[in-house]
Design a binder for this molecule. Sequence first.
Ligand SMILES: Cc1cc2nc3c(=O)[nH]c(=O)nc-3n(C[C@H](O)[C@H](O)[C@H](O)COP(=O)(O)O)c2cc1C
Length: 223
Amino acid sequence: MARFSTPREVFFFLTHPRFWFRRHLRLEEMLDDPLKQFHKWYEQIERSSLLEFPNGMCLSTLGQDGYPQGRMVLMKECDAAGVVFYTNSNSQKGQALEHHPRASATFYWGAFQRQVRFQGDIERLSGSESDAYFMSRPRRSQLGAWASAQSERIDSRESLEKRVAELEREYADKPIPRPPYWNGYRIKPRSVEFWQLGLNRLHDRIRYVRSPEGDWKKERLSP
Ligand SMILES: Cc1cc2nc3c(=O)[nH]c(=O)nc-3n(C[C@H](O)[C@H](O)[C@H](O)COP(=O)(O)O)c2cc1C
C-alpha cells in the first residue's frame, strides 16, 4: 500500500498511472538469470514507446589517467553472453578499453523510474560479426564512420562535411566496407543491478553477482 508524505508525492502518484498497479520488486519474483530479467523489463519499456532511446546506456570506462569516463552509447544486442555496442576503437573509449578491458553500462528509463547497471569484462566482437552489423547500417552512417576520426580534434564542421562528400564520390555505386577501426564490443557481466523508484526514498535494489562457477546469486541491497 502506497504511503505519501507530501502533496508532491500524491501528485506524482496520480499523474503516473503506470505506478498504480506497480508492486515493489520482490527477490523471489526476479528471474534467476539477470539477462532474462533485463529482457523482461526492456521489452515492456520498448513496447511502451515512451522513450526515444530505450537502448541508450551510459558506458563508463577507466582512462589511462585513472579518471573514469562516461558517455552514452546504444545497446545493439543483449543475449546470454552480454550487452553489445559499436564504436570507433581509436576513440577515447576505444583506447580506454584497450588498456582496461572492463566497463560498466547504466540504463536509466526515466518514464518508468527504473535503472539497470551492468559491470563486467569487455571482449571485442569478431571481424565478421562487426561486418554483419556495419552492412545493416544506412549508407550515410557508414560514410560517417569513415569520415570521423572519433574523439580527435578537428578544425571545423565544414572539413568533416567535405570529407563525407569526398567519400560519397569515392564510394559511388560501391558497397562501403567496414573501417578496420570500427568494432563491436560485448560487456560480459559479472554483476547486474536492478533499481526501481520507491516512495519516501525506499527504492528497491536487487543485485546479481556471478560466481566463479558461472551461477548467478541475487540479493537485496539497501537503497
Ligand atoms: C543517445 C546517444 C547514443 C550514442 N550512441 C553511440 C554509439 O552507439 N556509439 C558511439 O561510438 N557513440 C555514440 N554516441 C556518442 C558518444 O556519447 C560519444 O560522444 C562518442 O562515442 C565519443 O566518446 P569518447 O570520446 O568518450 O570515445 C551516442 C550519444 C548519444 C547521446
